[in-house]
Design a binder for this molecule. Structure first.
Ligand code: PLP
Length: 420
């Protein structure tokens, strides 16, 4: 198929050229005296993205799922009770894992399209005066439904109940895209991965552990070997890894962290919000469709899950977008299969790039018989973006040193071009 594929699954996300190039490296001795410089560049950069001074970041050659396991097995013992809410495929899978590892999971089942039920967490924690609950799990951004939860609110619930349970947060699809604050929110274990906001291929599981969580490893009885934080701590202290690290991904990570530092985390978060608002305008104002997120407070700035009308299979829309227009949209998972498609708008993205998702989805929906007005999504998103100031990361392209000089192109002298 001529032309490029447009990737809008909510991870893996688009990789910036700079990061792609940085990963093209010859293999090297990961035990050489030179190697630690790379580790010592990456770790402080990760701490900035997690917004932590207290936390210790870890990098595993795994995916995010590996770090779910690392978080749990390094802190808990068989039969320990954990509190968790299920409102999408990823919150479900973490619960499943905890059960399989032998934990006693107290599950709150919530409607998909909502997020962490703060009042229920608060009530349960208050009632647990014997402190049977050892950890509270929260999925910050449920990628399956496009729902963001209030993690500061979970911390408040713990504090109000004066409950000592650890706070474990899945920030796989929020880190680097949606405001996440490890220190301010008193997070104990934050689980992430390389292929979302960090704009890398899949292959790195990224974890951040609080001093309290690290202390727990001495008593935690769950079995662990590959994911033992102790081995990592010992090797990382000298800039090494206990086994062969994913070298090219680490070079990519160093570059993506440089890019994040250059744009500025706050600017990146503002850009994500602005882009997401445009997509939401396309979905609700343009197409007149609904998001899976039940209320605006749950809206995710990383991914929008679009409900298709009754009688239409969203899988057909996704297949049509891919086969005919070379646009990759995310599918509905589990309970939501066939009911929605997802537009990932996280990572390396700007307005016009995102227009490909909106235009592609629009054409595919029309082809599948969904009664929307042609061009309505593109118009609504464009209206939003033209009427709102662009965040720094986007506006810089307008005025930066690389701005194109159209006077030279016109072949006229600068002064003539200005007059005409
Ligand atoms: N948690 C969330 C919120 C996710 O979106 C994903 C993957 O998309 C995971 C966990 C699992 O991560 P991975 O696929 O990297 O193992």
């Amino acid at each position: 198929m001529a032309g490029r594929n447009f990737l809008f699954v909510p991870g893996p996300t688009n990789i910036p050229e700079r990061v792609l190039r940085a990963m093209v490296v010859s293999m090297e001795d990961h035990r050489s005296p030179k190697f630690p410089a790379l580790t010592f560049e990456i770790m402080p950069g990760l701490k900035q993205v997690f917004r932590t001074e207290q936390g210790t970041p870890f990098i595993f050659p795994s995916s995010g799922t590996g770090c779910w396991e690392a978080a749990v097995t390094n802190t808990l013992s068989p039969g320990d009770r954990v509190l968790a809410a299920r409102f999408g495929q990823f919150s479900h899978l973490w619960i499943e894992m905890c059960t399989r590892l032998g934990l006693d999971v107290q599950v709150i089942d919530c409607e998909w399209g909502t997020g962490v039920p703060l009042q229920q967490y608060a009530d349960i924690l208050k009632a647990d005066t014997g402190h049977q609950i050892k950890a509270v799990l929260a999925c910050h951004n449920e990628t399956a439904t496009g729902v963001t939860s209030d993690i500061a609110g979970v911390r408040e619930a713990l504090d109000e109940a004066k409950h000592p349970a650890l706070l474990f947060v899945d920030c796989v699809s929020s880190l680097g895209s949606i405001d996440f604050r490890f220190d301010d929110w008193g997070v104990d274990m934050a689980v992430s991965g390389s292929q979302k906001g960090l704009m890398l291929p899949a292959g790195l599981g990224i974890l951040c552990a609080s001093p309290t969580a690290l202390e727990m490893r001495h008593g935690a009885q769950l079995k662990r070997a590959y994911f033992d934080l102790n081995d990592m701590l010992v090797a990382n202290a000298n800039g090494y890894f206990p086994y062969t690290p994913a070298l090219s991904l680490l070079y990519g990570l160093a570059e993506s962290l440089r890019m994040i530092d250059e744009e500025g985390l706050d600017n990146i978060l503002a850009r994500h919000q602005y882009l997401a608002e445009g997509v939401r305008a396309a979905v609700t104002k343009g197409w007149g469709l609904k998001l899976c997120a039940k209320e605006a407070k749950w809206n995710s700035n990383a991914v929008s899950a679009v409900m298709v009308p009754e009688g239409v299979n969203a899988a057909d829309v996704i297949a049509r977008a891919f086969n005919r227009y070379n646009v990759s949209l995310g599918g509905g998972l589990s309970k939501m299969a066939g009911k929605l498609f997802r537009i990932g708008h996280l990572g390396d993205m700007n307005e016009v790039h995102l227009m490909a998702a909106i235009a592609g989805a629009e054409m595919a929906m029309l082809d599948c018989g969904i009664a929307i007005t042609p061009g309505s999504g593109v118009a609504a998103a464009g209206d939003y973006w033209r009427q709102h100031p662009a965040p720094t990361g986007l506006a810089m392209r307008d005025t930066g040193a690389g701005a194109r000089d159209t006077r030279a192109l016109a072949g006229a002298s600068p002064s003539a071009a200005i007059k005409s």
